[in-house]
Design a binder for this molecule. Structure first.
Ligand code: IVH
Length: 721
């Protein structure tokens, strides 16, 4: 019998008689009970309650929701009544992380770990030992779980670190992830790794084979594929696990040390890795690394290294972050995996900046659980057996670098996520009569000559935008995730439109005229083509339209100018703030001009990058493409970081002389965190010079230019320390 609003079912109070508070309390309990039952049924194949009881609970939930329609929104939690089997109509929603999700710097040797410790102590100006935690680096995918008032309200993937995907419903099906916490801070974001055990991975692949579905290459792919299912019902049937190892926003600190914070997460009900250990310094860290490495094969899940983190959270805070990685942590990776196979051929790929990259076509071989059939050969010197200075690489017994020929037996090397590379060659197995490889001197894509600049190991096509390979690679970069990120317009679609004769897209500007050109063409509309259709065409045009407004830093990164990566784009955007100022300055910035001095005075902008940027803006073809693009856009200005409430936000400061209270690196990082720009030299644009003992010419420059000059104590008072 279906139960309508206000009707009662065997002894339950009619929902119409409940106060709002009573209804909310009952609803929350029922949601937990239904979710737990779902999990028992879907995940563990072990139902806890009868079908009849389950149905009764769901009916009661529906009745409560009918009587109090805003209950879901008020509790910020989706009800199971609207969840089961109901896949969202399109991709996942986006979630902006309140605190960025970072990645880790890598170390590949004991020395690099020791250097990391030295760097940490140098930055902090400490001579004494610093303690670190050491724990396995889980090979899965990171997830951020947000709890409010003890309830799980959101789960998001890392995405680009700033914006991830909302996978809340999927995360709710993971057994290791508590739905609610007792005695947790009011706001708590728990971060960790979703992974799949070896046994569960093997069983899943067996089920996939039996069902005629695709199998997964490794447990990490299986975990990622399972978490990112639009239908949470599928995720529920995939045995995912979760280790907590970090946190994001918290309303009250979890603890004062990393080790205690992890212990607190464990006490709250999370799985934390049992191999996490507190180490007094590098010696103990490396010993624990060997211990974890020795257990690697029997852990039952994939790990790819050991993560070290400064234990004292106050020191972590002082160390802070670089653009995408913390200064207080490092991943010590396990050595790469190797295999031998035959080199079938060498292809030349032409990249976005014209670089000719040789790619090895290999007889497929399994390297550390992944089938590899392509690997990089880096550049022509690498194939010839020498480095960029002419020194031998892969030396034979006579110290002569071994070259690589098609038909050779080569060693393939794979470390984590990096592209596999050809590392070595077995000359004993070289066939008779093989020819040395001759590197092309012209671009295989456009026939333009391919040049090597002195000191550069890379040969580059000189065709610029007339080279179809460069043009299409630039377009792919333009639409990529950290650039314009246009939904429905990925590398595949870009290739298609690039070759298209009816609606060609040759430059970024063409993307923004697609809809208009399609409308102007009464015949052969995009929507009538294979692979498109009404809905996907409308969506594509809407997705393009949505990106007509773009922040300056993203635009600059998207242009794909050599040496101008994401970090540089951010620096430039924050320095010039808006497009007209940027454009006017760069157009006039040739060495010797004030614009050039201004550009190269930006901390982090060197002459190589400046030259590359200026060349792009002064090359007529490039410039025409940029202008045509910008004419299609509204470029949003970028405000200096941390502009909030800081007396130094937006100010350009220069440190000089010896600082006594903190190291130069720390002072710079603190200033930047407060929104100041730190420059290397004093100019008329400098707002403030902080001079310690021994300050020389910069202090004099400040006096000459009338720039305010203060000492370290005054600086600390100014920033409120
Ligand atoms: S800490 C701010 N600890 O490795 C530091 N990360 O290569 C945040 N990972 O994005 C990360 N095991 O997905 C940390 N024990 C561990 C980890 C771990 C795996 C992943 C994580 C991160 C990636 C960086």
């Amino acid at each position: 019998m279906a139960m309508g609003v206000g009707m009662s079912e065997e002894g339950m109070r009619p929902v119409t008689e409940l106060s709002r508070t009573e209804a909310v309390a009952e609803w929350a309990d029922l949601v937990q009970a239904v979710l737990a039952a779902n999990q028992a049924y879907h995940r563990d194949d072990a139902p806890m309650i009868s079908d009849a009881d389950y149905d009764r609970m769901k009916r009661r939930l529906a009745a409560l929701e009918a009587a109090f329609p805003d209950i879901e929104a008020a509790m910020n939690q989706q009800s199971p009544t609207s969840m089961v089997g109901a896949a969202p109509a399109e991709g996942f929603g986006k979630v902006a992380h309140r605190l960025r999700m970072l990645s880790l710097e890598n170390a590949f040797s004991d020395e690099e770990v020791t250097e990391f410790d030295e760097r940490v102590r140098r930055f902090l100006g400490l001579h004494d030992a610093v303690a670190y935690t050491a724990e396995p680096k889980i090979d899965g995918l990171s997830l951020s779980l947000r709890y409010e008032a003890g309830r799980l309200v959101q789960a998001a993937t890392r995405g680009d670190g700033e914006i991830g995907e909302n996978v809340t419903e999927n995360a709710r099906t993971i057994h290791d992830i508590p739905q609610s916490l007792t005695s947790a801070p009011a706001v708590l974001e728990v971060r960790g790794e979703v992974y799949m055990s070896h046994a569960d991975f093997a069983a899943l692949n067996q089920r996939q084979v039996a069902a005629g579905e695709k199998t997964f290459a490794n447990p990490r792919n299986a975990a990622a594929g399972s978490l990112r299912q639009l239908d949470a019902g599928i995720t529920a049937n995939r045995p995912l696990r979760f280790f907590a190892y970090a946190w994001g926003e918290v309303s009250d600190p979890l603890a004062t040390t990393q080790a205690a914070a992890i212990a607190r997460l464990k006490a709250l009900g999370f799985q934390t890795n049992p191999l996490t250990m507190l180490c007094a310094g590098p010696e103990e860290m490396l010993a624990h690394y060997r211990e974890i490495e020795s257990q690697r094969a029997t852990l039952g899940y994939d790990i790819d290294g050991v993560v070290y983190k400064v234990n004292d959270l106050a020191l972590q805070a002082r160390l802070g972050f670089r653009s995408t990685t913390p200064r207080w942590a490092i991943a010590h990776k396990f050595p790469a995996e190797l295999a031998w196979t035959e080199l079938l051929g060498i292809d030349i790929q032409v990249g976005r900046t014209g670089a000719l990259s040789p790619v090895a076509r290999l007889q497929p071989v399994t390297v550390g659980g992944v089938v590899v059939s392509n690997a990089t050969l880096h550049n022509e010197d690498y194939i010839a057996g020498r480095d960029s200075k002419g020194n031998p690489i892969r030396p034979d017994e006579n110290g002569v670098g071994k070259d690589i020929c098609v038909g050779d037996w080569v060693q393939v090397y794979r470390a984590g996520d990096v592209i596999p590379k050809v590392a070595d060659v077995d000359l004993d197995r070289r066939k008779i009569g093989v020819e040395p490889y001759v590197f092309p001197q012209v671009c295989p894509e456009c026939g333009s000559s391919a040049h090597r600049e002195p000191g550069d190991s890379v040969r580059r096509c000189t065709g610029g935008l007339i080279c179809p390979a460069q043009a299409v690679e630039r377009l792919k970069h333009f639409v990529s995730r950290n650039a314009f990120d246009i939904e429905g317009l990925g590398a595949k679609q870009v290739e298609m439109f690039f070759k298209d004769t009816r609606l060609p897209v040759k430059t970024p500007a063409d993307i923004f005229t697609l809809a208009e050109r399609d409308a102007a063409n009464p015949l052969q509309k995009l929507k009538n083509r294979d692979g498109f259709g009404d809905v996907s065409t409308t969506k594509l045009f809407a997705a393009i339209e949505a990106k007509r407004t773009i922040p300056l830093d993203r635009l600059l990164f998207s242009l794909g100018i050599r040496h101008v990566g994401e970090v540089a784009a951010g620096l430039l955007a924050r320095h010039y703030s808006n497009w007209p100022v940027f454009e006017a300055s760069i157009t006039h910035a040739t060495p010797g001009t004030p614009e050039w001095a201004d550009l190269t005075a930006i901390d982090g902008v060197g002459t190589v990058m400046a030259q590359s940027l200026v060349e792009a803006f002064q090359n007529p073809a490039e410039r025409a493409a940029i202008d045509a693009l910008v004419a299609q856009l509204q470029v949003q200005p970028v405000v200096a970081r941390g502009a909030v409430d800081s007396p130094v936000a937006g100010k350009t400061v220069v440190f000089t002389g010896t600082l006594e209270k903190m190291t130069r690196a720390e002072a710079k990082a603190r200033a930047e965190a407060l929104g100041a720009k730190v420059a290397g030299s004093v100019s008329a644009k400098t707002d403030l010079v902080i001079a310690g003992p021994g300050a020389g010419s910069k202090a004099k420059d400040a006096e000459r230019l009338g720039v305010a000059l203060i000492d370290e104590d005054a600086w600390l008072r100014l920033i409120g320390e």
